[in-house]
Write a protein that binds this ligand. Structure first.
Ligand SMILES: C[S@@+](CC[C@H](N)C(=O)[O-])C[C@H]1O[C@@H](n2cnc3c(N)ncnc32)[C@H](O)[C@@H]1O
Length: 214
């Protein structure tokens, strides 16, 4: 019923989170979205932006995915449904309220192919020594990428978690132009990986960075 009514009027449920502030689960045009006060987190423009990035990646070579920033898990839905990706995904999310929303509202569950871990992505990357074929970095608090993910020590660790032929997909900013911190990261990546592609104004807004071997 909510789905049908949402074609005429958006229907919103609000949930308070200590980390992300007021979260809104909104039925709009027959689809459920997860939003913060100022940003779409999942199943809206964000999902289209990450899909744009995934279309640039050869997923047949990918046997393991590390997702930093689970949100409502819309990129997992994209990987599974649009790209038929059936292999392992490990998802790291700092906010237990968001994890509950992903499970209760968007039907994500831990299973053999999906491991959801409640942890700070920075700490996880420092402490966990596994490597992954694709690392998706989608870490925001409302409209901002937290500062620690724009510092080079995080990126030094990320390069160690990437398998030899691994690919990184970074949703770098909600702004349509690059800031100084992002330029520093891109320069650093260019000296350490084979190829760095930067896509600006994806969906008219975000900057996406993809690194991959030649
Ligand atoms: C835009 S949402 C992710 C959307 C998700 N990738 C999807 O496809 O639906 C950003 C997420 O990053 C999480 N986040 C922010 N800081 C974090 C941190 N330090 N460690 C782990 N997750 C973090 C937020 O709680 C939020 O759920």
């Amino acid at each position: 019923m909510a789905r049908l009514i949402s074609y005429f009027y958006p229907i919103t449920k609000k949930i308070e989170s200590d980390i992300n502030g007021t979260l809104e689960i909104t039925w709009y045009n027959g689809k459920k979205h997860l939003n913060t006060k100022n940003a779409n987190y999942s199943y809206g423009s964000l999902q289209r932006i990450l899909k744009f990035g995934l279309e640039k990646i050869e997923l047949s070579n990918v046997n393991s995915v590390l997702l930093l920033g689970l949100g409502g898990g819309s990129v997992i839905q994209t990987l599974r449904k649009d790209f038929n990706y059936k292999k392992n995904i490990t998802a790291i999310e700092i906010d237990p309220t968001i994890i509950n929303i992903a499970k209760d509202e968007f039907q994500l569950q831990n299973n053999q192919q999906l491991e959801i871990i409640c942890a700070d992505a920075l700490q996880y990357i420092e402490e966990n020594k596994s490597t992954f074929d694709l690392i998706i970095i989608d870490l925001f608090i409302d409209t901002q990428v937290p500062k620690q993910f724009l510092d080079l020590p995080f990126w030094e660790n990320i390069l160690q978690r990437k398998s030899t032929n691994g690919v990184i997909l970074f949703n770098a900013s909600l702004e349509n132009s690059m800031n100084t911190e992002l330029k520093t990261i891109i320069d650093y990546l260019k000296t350490h990986v084979y190829k760095v592609s930067v896509f600006e104004k994806v969906n008219n807004t975000n900057t996406i960075v993809i690194t991959r071997p030649l």
